[in-house]
Design a protein around this ligand. Structure first.
Ligand SMILES: CC(C)(COP(=O)(O)OP(=O)(O)OC[C@H]1O[C@@H](n2cnc3c(N)ncnc32)[C@H](O)[C@@H]1OP(=O)(O)O)[C@@H](O)C(=O)NCCC(=O)NCCS
Length: 148
């Protein structure tokens, strides 16, 4: 799986991909376009690409300053458990190292066991709980942090 930086030409494919992964955060076209605009907060997007199938996963993070935020990550079901998610996270952590960032935070639905195991298996630890953070359905968020 090749990892590359995404750009605004990828938005249509990223939206398709997003729609095929129900547990990812779902964004409107406007939100996707904002990822690639000069804006505050600044965001960065990586894409995991399969040689024959093309884009199979993505990660979006807010960056800048000591604390970054992992906002969205998804791998197509047929490509899960093959290392794409870990490769995307590795790209993010390398970028943080280079930028001298201290930590990265994320929120995850308390019921999303697969994602929680994935994050904990990749060095994130629980840092808190936000009660009723999500809607549709209402659910707590776990706050996870990874120190660089
Ligand atoms: C979370 C997600 C991105 C992980 O991507 P992935 O490409 O399947 O993950 P990887 O193959 O790189 O897994 C790396 C490690 O994470 C852990 N892991 C990943 N999926 C797991 C699962 N279903 N059960 C237990 N551990 C798991 C394992 O330690 C795994 O290493 P191993 O396969 O050598 O045991 C993917 O499952 C996904 O897209 N889920 C739906 C969207 C989502 O929930 N996003 C997060 C919202 S906050």
């Amino acid at each position: 799986m090749k990892i590359r930086i995404g750009n605004e030409l990828d938005v249509a494919r990223l939206m398709e991909l997003n729609a095929e992964v129900p547990k990812a955060a779902h964004w409107t076209p406007r939100q996707w376009l904002d990822v690639f605009r000069e804006a505050t907060p600044a965001r960065i997007c990586w894409i995991a690409e399969d040689e024959s199938a093309g884009a199979a996963g993505f990660l979006v993070a807010q960056y800048g300053g000591p604390e970054w935020e992992l906002e969205n990550i998804a791998v197509l079901p047929e490509f899960q458990r093959q290392g794409a998610g870990r490769a995307l996270l590795t790209a993010l952590l390398a970028e943080m190292e280079e930028a001298g960032a201290e930590r990265i935070l994320l929120e995850v639905r308390a019921s999303n066991g697969t994602a929680i195991r994935f994050y904990e298996g990749n060095g994130f630890v629980k840092a808190g709980r936000r009660r009723d953070y999500y809607s549709n359905p209402v659910e707590d968020a776990l706050l996870l942090v990874h120190m660089r």
